[in-house]
Design a protein around this ligand. Structure first.
Ligand code: ATP
Length: 218
């Protein structure tokens, strides 16, 4: 059974930090997470992968999505029909809000349940990687937020190379995200990934700080 949507007090009481990692498209979130995982054995919750899983396999979510987007939201063989949903959601703000109101709480509950499981396995903290942590409000449930930063032109070039898309396509994706500046304001830690500083020492320093535990305010 899924956990209820957590309160800030509720999720911080375990004392094992939940850490978010975000940044603009192409900033290097996945690259940084890979190092946290491979060098430091930290478990990573990749929001994109889990969202796909939930949209395909969570019956309550499926029912809600069909209620908003119709039966075509799933293909005849039962798979989530992302192009159909995206086409409607991105041309109708109320439908986009309804989609977010269904997906975000389901993802929050799932990631909290996953976090508790990792805590039981003995990990010192967990990382949740999501491009839209701040946009979805998910950062308020986390103990720390890491923002990976790189200049926009470098991010665009990386994504063009990685995905074989055009600059216009990358910029269209960027328009769906808050400017990096707004994320940096909320960051507990910033990892600079512009090629001027090595990643491993920065990651090691952040790791050491997280191990000290959540910051106590007041
Ligand atoms: P998205 O938001 O699209 O998921 P992301 O923030 O997870 O992207 P990555 O996929 O980690 O970004 O990085 C984008 C591309 O840039 C990848 O091809 C990655 O290999 C490359 N890259 C990231 N950081 C560096 C670096 N420091 N040096 C060289 N290449 C890098």
């Amino acid at each position: 059974m899924k956990s209820p949507l957590p309160t800030v007090e509720g999720q911080k009481s375990s004392g094992i930090p939940r850490v978010g990692i975000t940044g603009g498209i192409g900033s290097g979130k996945s690259t940084v997470c890979r190092i946290f995982h491979e060098a430091l054995s930290i478990p990573i919750f990749y929001a994109d992968i889990w969202a796909k899983k939930l949209l395909n396999f969570d019956p309550d979510l499926r029912e809600g999505i069909i209620g908003v987007f119709g039966p075509e939201a799933y293909t005849p063989d039962g798979e989530y029909n992302r192009p159909h949903v995206a086409k409607i959601a991105f041309s109708d703000p109320a439908k986009l809000a309804a989609l977010n109101a269904l997906v975000h709480p389901a993802m929050e509950a799932e990631s909290l349940e996953w976090h508790h499981h990792q805590v039981e396995l003995g990990f010192p903290y967990t990382l949740k990687e999501a491009a839209l942590i701040v946009e979805s409000g998910g950062h308020q449930y986390l103990d720390f937020l890491i923002v990976v930063t790189a200049p926009e032109d470098l991010r665009i070039q990386r994504v063009i190379q990685r995905d074989g898309v055009t600059e216009e396509q990358v910029q269209a994706r960027m328009r769906g995200q808050l400017p990096e500046f707004d994320k940096l304001k909320l960051a507990d830690f910033v990892i600079v990934n512009d090629g001027s500083e090595m990643l491993l020492p920065q990651i090691w320093a952040v790791h050491q700080e997280i191990l000290k535990g959540p910051i106590e305010y007041g």
